[in-house]
Design a protein around this ligand. Sequence first.
Ligand code: 7TS
Length: 421
Amino acid sequence: MTSATQQAPMLSMYDTSYDVKRIRADFPILQETVRGKPLVYLDNAATAQKPNAVIDCISHFYRHDYANVHRGIHTLSERATAAYEGARAKVQRFINAASEKEIVFVRGTTEAINLVVRTYGQAVLKAGDEILITAMEHHSNIVPWQMLCRETGAVLKVAPINRKGELLLGDFEKLLSNRTALVAVAHMSNALGTINPVDEIIHLAHARAIPILLDGAQAIPHMPVDVQALDCDFYAFSGHKLYGPSGIGVLYAKSEHLEAMPPYQGGGDMIRRVTFEETEYNTVPFKFEAGTPNIADAVALGATVDYLNEIGMKAIAAHEHQLLQYATERAHEIAGLTLIGTAEHKGAILSFVLDRVHPHDIGTVLDHFGIAIRAGHHCAMPVMDFFGVPATARASFAMYNTFEEIDRLMEGIEQVIEVFG
Ligand code: 7TS
Protein backbone atom coordinates (compact mmCIF):
# COMPACT_ATOMS: atom_id res chain seq x y z
CA MET A 1 0.00 0.00 0.00
CA THR A 2 1.19 3.52 -0.71
CA SER A 3 2.12 5.30 2.49
CA ALA A 4 0.99 8.79 3.48
CA THR A 5 4.56 10.08 3.36
CA GLN A 6 4.91 8.96 -0.25
CA GLN A 7 1.71 10.77 -1.21
CA ALA A 8 2.56 14.11 0.34
CA PRO A 9 5.02 15.43 -2.27
CA MET A 10 2.61 14.60 -5.09
CA LEU A 11 -0.23 16.41 -3.43
CA SER A 12 1.89 19.50 -2.88
CA MET A 13 2.18 19.92 -6.65
CA TYR A 14 -1.44 20.97 -6.76
CA ASP A 15 -2.88 24.43 -6.28
CA THR A 16 -5.08 24.32 -3.18
CA SER A 17 -6.13 28.00 -3.18
CA TYR A 18 -9.71 27.10 -4.14
CA ASP A 19 -11.72 27.34 -0.91
CA VAL A 20 -13.16 23.86 -0.89
CA LYS A 21 -13.65 23.96 2.89
CA ARG A 22 -16.01 26.89 2.60
CA ILE A 23 -17.88 25.22 -0.24
CA ARG A 24 -18.23 21.98 1.74
CA ALA A 25 -19.77 23.92 4.60
CA ASP A 26 -22.61 24.89 2.22
CA PHE A 27 -23.59 21.23 1.73
CA PRO A 28 -25.15 19.84 4.92
CA ILE A 29 -25.20 16.22 3.73
CA LEU A 30 -21.40 16.21 3.50
CA GLN A 31 -21.31 16.30 7.31
CA GLU A 32 -23.04 12.88 7.43
CA THR A 33 -21.27 9.77 8.55
CA VAL A 34 -21.84 6.45 6.80
CA ARG A 35 -21.04 3.23 8.69
CA GLY A 36 -19.31 5.31 11.32
CA LYS A 37 -17.01 7.06 8.82
CA PRO A 38 -17.23 10.58 7.39
CA LEU A 39 -19.09 10.33 4.09
CA VAL A 40 -16.96 10.51 0.94
CA TYR A 41 -19.48 11.21 -1.79
CA LEU A 42 -18.08 10.26 -5.19
CA ASP A 43 -21.28 9.43 -7.06
CA ASN A 44 -21.78 12.88 -8.48
CA ALA A 45 -22.30 11.74 -12.06
CA ALA A 46 -25.44 9.95 -10.86
CA THR A 47 -26.60 12.97 -8.92
CA ALA A 48 -24.95 15.82 -7.04
CA GLN A 49 -25.67 16.96 -3.49
CA LYS A 50 -27.51 20.19 -2.71
CA PRO A 51 -26.21 23.37 -1.06
CA ASN A 52 -28.17 25.24 1.62
CA ALA A 53 -28.99 27.91 -0.97
CA VAL A 54 -31.09 25.35 -2.86
CA ILE A 55 -32.61 23.61 0.15
CA ASP A 56 -33.51 26.94 1.76
CA CYS A 57 -34.94 28.31 -1.48
CA ILE A 58 -37.40 25.41 -1.74
CA SER A 59 -38.43 25.78 1.89
CA HIS A 60 -38.81 29.56 1.61
CA PHE A 61 -40.80 29.32 -1.60
CA TYR A 62 -43.32 26.85 -0.15
CA ARG A 63 -43.57 28.85 3.08
CA HIS A 64 -44.01 32.28 1.53
CA ASP A 65 -44.61 32.47 -2.21
CA TYR A 66 -46.26 29.27 -3.41
CA ALA A 67 -49.24 29.28 -5.78
CA ASN A 68 -49.90 28.10 -9.31
CA VAL A 69 -48.26 30.06 -12.13
CA HIS A 70 -49.59 31.98 -15.16
CA ARG A 71 -53.16 31.69 -13.88
CA GLY A 72 -54.26 33.69 -10.91
CA ILE A 73 -54.40 37.44 -10.61
CA HIS A 74 -53.95 37.18 -6.86
CA THR A 75 -50.74 38.31 -5.22
CA LEU A 76 -49.29 34.90 -4.45
CA SER A 77 -49.84 33.68 -7.98
CA GLU A 78 -48.08 36.77 -9.27
CA ARG A 79 -45.20 36.17 -6.87
CA ALA A 80 -44.92 32.50 -7.86
CA THR A 81 -45.04 33.41 -11.56
CA ALA A 82 -42.35 36.05 -11.12
CA ALA A 83 -40.13 33.53 -9.30
CA TYR A 84 -40.73 30.81 -11.91
CA GLU A 85 -40.09 33.12 -14.86
CA GLY A 86 -37.17 34.70 -12.98
CA ALA A 87 -35.60 31.26 -12.76
CA ARG A 88 -36.03 30.86 -16.52
CA ALA A 89 -34.15 34.13 -17.04
CA LYS A 90 -31.37 32.98 -14.70
CA VAL A 91 -30.99 29.73 -16.64
CA GLN A 92 -30.97 31.68 -19.89
CA ARG A 93 -28.05 33.80 -18.67
CA PHE A 94 -26.26 30.77 -17.19
CA ILE A 95 -26.02 29.07 -20.59
CA ASN A 96 -26.05 32.34 -22.55
CA ALA A 97 -29.15 31.56 -24.59
CA ALA A 98 -30.28 34.43 -26.83
CA SER A 99 -33.74 34.59 -25.27
CA GLU A 100 -35.74 33.31 -22.29
CA LYS A 101 -38.13 31.84 -24.83
CA GLU A 102 -35.49 29.30 -25.71
CA ILE A 103 -35.57 27.74 -22.23
CA VAL A 104 -38.16 24.98 -21.80
CA PHE A 105 -38.52 23.53 -18.30
CA VAL A 106 -38.79 19.73 -18.35
CA ARG A 107 -38.23 16.92 -15.84
CA GLY A 108 -34.63 16.32 -16.83
CA THR A 109 -32.31 15.35 -19.66
CA THR A 110 -34.32 12.24 -20.48
CA GLU A 111 -37.51 14.20 -20.93
CA ALA A 112 -35.70 16.94 -22.86
CA ILE A 113 -34.40 14.41 -25.40
CA ASN A 114 -37.77 12.68 -25.62
CA LEU A 115 -39.37 16.05 -26.25
CA VAL A 116 -37.08 16.66 -29.23
CA VAL A 117 -37.67 13.10 -30.49
CA ARG A 118 -41.46 13.37 -30.23
CA THR A 119 -41.77 16.88 -31.68
CA TYR A 120 -38.90 17.83 -33.94
CA GLY A 121 -37.97 14.22 -34.75
CA GLN A 122 -41.48 13.02 -35.42
CA ALA A 123 -42.21 16.04 -37.61
CA VAL A 124 -39.13 15.84 -39.84
CA LEU A 125 -38.12 12.18 -39.94
CA LYS A 126 -39.00 10.10 -43.00
CA ALA A 127 -38.19 6.51 -43.92
CA GLY A 128 -34.54 6.26 -44.96
CA ASP A 129 -33.47 9.36 -43.03
CA GLU A 130 -30.65 8.93 -40.54
CA ILE A 131 -30.01 9.99 -36.97
CA LEU A 132 -26.32 10.03 -36.06
CA ILE A 133 -25.25 9.38 -32.48
CA THR A 134 -21.95 8.12 -30.99
CA ALA A 135 -20.90 4.85 -29.41
CA MET A 136 -20.61 6.50 -25.98
CA GLU A 137 -24.20 7.67 -25.52
CA HIS A 138 -26.27 7.19 -22.39
CA HIS A 139 -29.37 5.06 -23.00
CA SER A 140 -31.52 8.18 -22.91
CA ASN A 141 -29.79 9.40 -26.08
CA ILE A 142 -30.15 6.00 -27.79
CA VAL A 143 -33.50 4.43 -26.92
CA PRO A 144 -35.86 7.33 -27.79
CA TRP A 145 -34.19 7.63 -31.22
CA GLN A 146 -34.34 3.87 -31.70
CA MET A 147 -38.08 3.94 -30.90
CA LEU A 148 -38.64 6.73 -33.40
CA CYS A 149 -36.60 4.93 -36.08
CA ARG A 150 -38.76 1.81 -35.62
CA GLU A 151 -41.89 3.90 -36.13
CA THR A 152 -40.70 5.94 -39.11
CA GLY A 153 -38.34 3.62 -40.96
CA ALA A 154 -35.44 5.97 -40.26
CA VAL A 155 -32.01 4.53 -39.45
CA LEU A 156 -29.87 5.02 -36.35
CA LYS A 157 -26.19 5.44 -37.21
CA VAL A 158 -23.44 5.19 -34.60
CA ALA A 159 -20.06 6.92 -34.86
CA PRO A 160 -17.31 4.73 -33.36
CA ILE A 161 -14.82 5.42 -30.56
CA ASN A 162 -11.24 4.28 -29.95
CA ARG A 163 -9.86 2.30 -26.99
CA LYS A 164 -9.27 5.49 -25.05
CA GLY A 165 -12.95 6.28 -25.34
CA GLU A 166 -12.50 9.12 -27.84
CA LEU A 167 -14.81 9.75 -30.76
CA LEU A 168 -13.24 8.94 -34.13
CA LEU A 169 -13.93 12.27 -35.75
CA GLY A 170 -12.97 11.12 -39.26
CA ASP A 171 -15.48 8.26 -39.07
CA PHE A 172 -18.06 10.61 -37.62
CA GLU A 173 -17.61 12.92 -40.60
CA LYS A 174 -17.91 10.05 -43.07
CA LEU A 175 -21.25 9.08 -41.52
CA LEU A 176 -22.72 12.52 -42.21
CA SER A 177 -24.72 12.48 -45.42
CA ASN A 178 -27.62 14.21 -47.10
CA ARG A 179 -29.80 11.62 -45.33
CA THR A 180 -28.72 12.73 -41.86
CA ALA A 181 -31.67 14.49 -40.28
CA LEU A 182 -30.08 15.17 -36.90
CA VAL A 183 -26.89 14.58 -34.91
CA ALA A 184 -27.31 13.80 -31.20
CA VAL A 185 -24.13 13.62 -29.12
CA ALA A 186 -23.11 13.60 -25.47
CA HIS A 187 -21.15 16.74 -24.59
CA MET A 188 -19.44 14.58 -21.94
CA SER A 189 -19.73 10.82 -21.45
CA ASN A 190 -21.05 9.59 -18.09
CA ALA A 191 -19.37 6.19 -18.38
CA LEU A 192 -15.93 7.32 -19.62
CA GLY A 193 -15.62 10.98 -18.76
CA THR A 194 -14.71 11.84 -22.37
CA ILE A 195 -15.43 15.44 -23.31
CA ASN A 196 -16.34 15.40 -26.98
CA PRO A 197 -14.90 17.93 -29.44
CA VAL A 198 -18.31 19.54 -29.78
CA ASP A 199 -17.08 22.66 -31.61
CA GLU A 200 -15.74 20.50 -34.43
CA ILE A 201 -18.75 18.18 -34.36
CA ILE A 202 -21.15 21.12 -34.63
CA HIS A 203 -19.04 22.69 -37.37
CA LEU A 204 -19.07 19.46 -39.39
CA ALA A 205 -22.84 19.01 -38.97
CA HIS A 206 -23.72 22.62 -39.71
CA ALA A 207 -21.51 22.67 -42.81
CA ARG A 208 -24.08 20.20 -44.16
CA ALA A 209 -27.04 22.10 -42.64
CA ILE A 210 -27.69 19.28 -40.17
CA PRO A 211 -29.06 20.34 -36.77
CA ILE A 212 -27.40 19.07 -33.61
CA LEU A 213 -28.55 18.13 -30.14
CA LEU A 214 -26.05 18.03 -27.29
CA ASP A 215 -26.78 15.86 -24.26
CA GLY A 216 -25.33 18.15 -21.63
CA ALA A 217 -26.30 16.07 -18.57
CA GLN A 218 -22.67 15.47 -17.59
CA ALA A 219 -21.01 18.54 -19.04
CA ILE A 220 -23.11 21.24 -17.43
CA PRO A 221 -21.90 20.72 -13.82
CA HIS A 222 -18.26 20.70 -14.84
CA MET A 223 -17.62 23.61 -17.23
CA PRO A 224 -19.01 26.92 -18.47
CA VAL A 225 -21.53 26.26 -21.24
CA ASP A 226 -22.38 28.95 -23.79
CA VAL A 227 -25.02 27.71 -26.22
CA GLN A 228 -24.61 30.69 -28.54
CA ALA A 229 -20.86 30.20 -28.80
CA LEU A 230 -21.42 26.48 -29.36
CA ASP A 231 -24.18 27.24 -31.86
CA CYS A 232 -25.91 23.95 -31.04
CA ASP A 233 -29.58 23.63 -31.98
CA PHE A 234 -30.64 21.79 -28.82
CA TYR A 235 -28.98 21.40 -25.41
CA ALA A 236 -30.46 19.10 -22.75
CA PHE A 237 -29.57 18.94 -19.06
CA SER A 238 -30.87 17.95 -15.62
CA GLY A 239 -31.03 20.16 -12.55
CA HIS A 240 -30.11 17.37 -10.15
CA LYS A 241 -26.62 16.80 -11.57
CA LEU A 242 -25.99 20.55 -11.33
CA TYR A 243 -26.50 20.66 -7.50
CA GLY A 244 -30.14 21.61 -8.09
CA PRO A 245 -33.36 19.74 -7.34
CA SER A 246 -34.37 16.47 -8.99
CA GLY A 247 -37.43 16.52 -11.22
CA ILE A 248 -36.46 19.71 -13.04
CA GLY A 249 -34.34 20.08 -16.13
CA VAL A 250 -33.94 22.18 -19.21
CA LEU A 251 -34.29 21.84 -22.93
CA TYR A 252 -32.58 24.72 -24.68
CA ALA A 253 -33.60 25.03 -28.32
CA LYS A 254 -33.07 27.79 -30.86
CA SER A 255 -36.24 29.85 -31.24
CA GLU A 256 -36.58 28.96 -34.91
CA HIS A 257 -36.91 25.27 -33.96
CA LEU A 258 -39.28 25.84 -31.05
CA GLU A 259 -41.53 28.03 -33.21
CA ALA A 260 -41.70 25.36 -35.92
CA MET A 261 -42.03 22.33 -33.67
CA PRO A 262 -45.46 20.87 -32.84
CA PRO A 263 -46.32 20.70 -29.13
CA TYR A 264 -45.14 17.81 -26.95
CA GLN A 265 -48.13 17.28 -24.65
CA GLY A 266 -51.57 18.84 -24.73
CA GLY A 267 -53.31 20.40 -21.75
CA GLY A 268 -53.50 23.54 -19.69
CA ASP A 269 -51.03 26.42 -20.06
CA MET A 270 -49.86 25.34 -23.52
CA ILE A 271 -52.94 26.83 -25.19
CA ARG A 272 -54.21 30.27 -26.04
CA ARG A 273 -57.76 29.33 -27.05
CA VAL A 274 -59.60 26.02 -27.10
CA THR A 275 -62.86 24.99 -28.74
CA PHE A 276 -64.01 21.45 -29.48
CA GLU A 277 -63.15 22.08 -33.11
CA GLU A 278 -59.65 23.42 -32.72
CA THR A 279 -56.99 24.73 -30.39
CA GLU A 280 -54.71 27.69 -30.79
CA TYR A 281 -51.40 27.03 -29.05
CA ASN A 282 -49.61 29.33 -26.67
CA THR A 283 -46.36 31.07 -27.59
CA VAL A 284 -42.99 29.41 -26.90
CA PRO A 285 -41.77 28.17 -24.50
CA PHE A 286 -45.21 27.72 -22.89
CA LYS A 287 -46.39 25.66 -25.88
CA PHE A 288 -44.10 22.92 -24.51
CA GLU A 289 -45.02 23.18 -20.83
CA ALA A 290 -48.47 21.60 -20.56
CA GLY A 291 -50.04 21.37 -17.11
CA THR A 292 -48.87 22.71 -13.78
CA PRO A 293 -45.08 22.65 -13.97
CA ASN A 294 -42.59 21.72 -11.26
CA ILE A 295 -42.77 25.25 -9.92
CA ALA A 296 -40.73 25.10 -6.72
CA ASP A 297 -37.92 23.07 -8.22
CA ALA A 298 -37.65 25.41 -11.20
CA VAL A 299 -37.38 28.33 -8.78
CA ALA A 300 -34.71 26.44 -6.85
CA LEU A 301 -32.84 25.77 -10.08
CA GLY A 302 -32.62 29.55 -10.34
CA ALA A 303 -31.09 29.60 -6.85
CA THR A 304 -28.66 26.87 -7.92
CA VAL A 305 -27.47 28.98 -10.81
CA ASP A 306 -27.00 32.00 -8.52
CA TYR A 307 -24.92 29.86 -6.18
CA LEU A 308 -22.75 28.50 -8.99
CA ASN A 309 -22.23 31.96 -10.47
CA GLU A 310 -20.84 33.12 -7.14
CA ILE A 311 -18.20 30.41 -7.18
CA GLY A 312 -17.68 30.49 -10.94
CA MET A 313 -17.82 27.56 -13.33
CA LYS A 314 -14.24 28.22 -14.44
CA ALA A 315 -12.96 27.88 -10.86
CA ILE A 316 -15.01 24.69 -10.43
CA ALA A 317 -13.63 23.27 -13.68
CA ALA A 318 -10.06 24.07 -12.62
CA HIS A 319 -10.51 22.42 -9.20
CA GLU A 320 -12.06 19.31 -10.69
CA HIS A 321 -9.34 19.08 -13.32
CA GLN A 322 -6.78 18.89 -10.54
CA LEU A 323 -8.83 16.29 -8.67
CA LEU A 324 -9.06 14.15 -11.79
CA GLN A 325 -5.35 14.51 -12.50
CA TYR A 326 -4.45 13.53 -8.94
CA ALA A 327 -6.90 10.62 -8.90
CA THR A 328 -5.59 9.37 -12.25
CA GLU A 329 -1.97 9.47 -11.02
CA ARG A 330 -2.90 7.65 -7.82
CA ALA A 331 -4.93 5.06 -9.78
CA HIS A 332 -1.91 4.34 -12.01
CA GLU A 333 0.04 3.32 -8.88
CA ILE A 334 -2.40 0.54 -8.07
CA ALA A 335 -1.45 -2.82 -9.62
CA GLY A 336 -4.40 -4.61 -11.20
CA LEU A 337 -6.43 -1.44 -11.72
CA THR A 338 -7.42 -0.59 -15.29
CA LEU A 339 -8.97 2.72 -16.18
CA ILE A 340 -11.88 2.56 -18.62
CA GLY A 341 -11.86 5.88 -20.42
CA THR A 342 -8.51 7.57 -20.87
CA ALA A 343 -9.39 10.31 -23.34
CA GLU A 344 -7.02 13.26 -23.65
CA HIS A 345 -9.90 15.63 -22.95
CA LYS A 346 -11.73 14.31 -19.92
CA GLY A 347 -14.07 15.50 -17.19
CA ALA A 348 -13.99 14.50 -13.54
CA ILE A 349 -14.96 10.83 -13.91
CA LEU A 350 -12.77 7.87 -13.03
CA SER A 351 -14.23 4.61 -14.37
CA PHE A 352 -12.17 1.53 -13.59
CA VAL A 353 -12.07 -2.21 -13.16
CA LEU A 354 -9.90 -4.38 -10.91
CA ASP A 355 -8.46 -7.77 -11.80
CA ARG A 356 -10.48 -10.58 -10.20
CA VAL A 357 -12.97 -8.27 -8.43
CA HIS A 358 -16.48 -7.58 -9.68
CA PRO A 359 -17.28 -3.83 -9.70
CA HIS A 360 -20.28 -4.44 -7.44
CA ASP A 361 -17.97 -5.89 -4.81
CA ILE A 362 -15.76 -2.81 -5.10
CA GLY A 363 -18.81 -0.64 -4.48
CA THR A 364 -19.96 -2.72 -1.52
CA VAL A 365 -16.57 -2.77 0.20
CA LEU A 366 -16.04 0.97 -0.37
CA ASP A 367 -19.44 1.64 1.18
CA HIS A 368 -18.15 -0.02 4.35
CA PHE A 369 -15.56 2.75 4.46
CA GLY A 370 -18.22 5.43 3.95
CA ILE A 371 -17.24 5.95 0.30
CA ALA A 372 -20.07 6.25 -2.22
CA ILE A 373 -19.28 5.34 -5.82
CA ARG A 374 -21.41 3.78 -8.53
CA ALA A 375 -20.83 0.29 -9.90
CA GLY A 376 -22.71 -0.94 -12.93
CA HIS A 377 -23.20 -0.28 -16.62
CA HIS A 378 -24.06 3.40 -16.01
CA CYS A 379 -26.96 3.23 -18.48
CA ALA A 380 -24.37 2.91 -21.23
CA MET A 381 -24.44 -0.82 -22.00
CA PRO A 382 -22.95 -0.42 -25.50
CA VAL A 383 -19.89 1.24 -23.90
CA MET A 384 -19.46 -1.76 -21.58
CA ASP A 385 -19.78 -4.11 -24.58
CA PHE A 386 -17.15 -2.13 -26.48
CA PHE A 387 -14.64 -2.43 -23.64
CA GLY A 388 -15.61 -6.06 -22.98
CA VAL A 389 -16.56 -5.52 -19.35
CA PRO A 390 -19.91 -6.23 -17.68
CA ALA A 391 -19.66 -3.12 -15.56
CA THR A 392 -17.20 -0.63 -14.14
CA ALA A 393 -16.68 1.02 -10.79
CA ARG A 394 -17.03 4.77 -11.21
CA ALA A 395 -15.85 7.53 -8.93
CA SER A 396 -17.13 10.89 -10.11
CA PHE A 397 -15.95 14.15 -8.59
CA ALA A 398 -17.68 17.42 -7.86
CA MET A 399 -16.86 20.96 -6.78
CA TYR A 400 -16.84 19.95 -3.09
CA ASN A 401 -14.52 16.93 -3.29
CA THR A 402 -11.00 17.06 -1.87
CA PHE A 403 -7.61 15.49 -2.47
CA GLU A 404 -7.93 13.84 0.95
CA GLU A 405 -11.12 12.13 -0.22
CA ILE A 406 -9.24 10.77 -3.21
CA ASP A 407 -6.62 9.42 -0.80
CA ARG A 408 -9.41 7.69 1.10
CA LEU A 409 -10.78 6.26 -2.14
CA MET A 410 -7.39 4.88 -3.09
CA GLU A 411 -6.85 3.42 0.38
CA GLY A 412 -10.30 1.84 0.07
CA ILE A 413 -9.40 0.32 -3.29
CA GLU A 414 -6.19 -1.11 -1.78
CA GLN A 415 -8.36 -2.70 0.92
CA VAL A 416 -10.66 -4.17 -1.72
CA ILE A 417 -7.64 -5.75 -3.40
CA GLU A 418 -6.44 -7.13 -0.06
CA VAL A 419 -9.84 -8.68 0.61
CA PHE A 420 -10.42 -10.15 -2.87
CA GLY A 421 -7.00 -10.24 -4.52
N1 7TS B 1 -27.34 11.68 -20.46
C1 7TS B 1 -26.21 11.46 -19.75
C2 7TS B 1 -24.87 11.67 -20.41
C3 7TS B 1 -26.32 11.07 -18.42
O1 7TS B 1 -25.20 10.85 -17.72
C4 7TS B 1 -27.60 10.88 -17.83
C5 7TS B 1 -27.76 10.38 -16.44
C6 7TS B 1 -28.72 11.16 -18.60
C7 7TS B 1 -28.55 11.55 -19.92
C8 7TS B 1 -30.10 11.07 -18.07
O2 7TS B 1 -30.31 12.06 -17.12
P1 7TS B 1 -31.64 12.08 -16.24
O3 7TS B 1 -31.41 13.17 -15.26
O4 7TS B 1 -32.77 12.34 -17.16
O5 7TS B 1 -31.72 10.72 -15.61
N2 7TS B 1 -26.66 9.62 -15.97
C9 7TS B 1 -26.63 8.89 -14.84
C10 7TS B 1 -25.48 8.24 -14.40
O6 7TS B 1 -24.42 8.25 -14.98
N3 7TS B 1 -25.75 7.60 -13.25
O7 7TS B 1 -27.03 7.81 -12.94
C11 7TS B 1 -27.60 8.62 -13.91
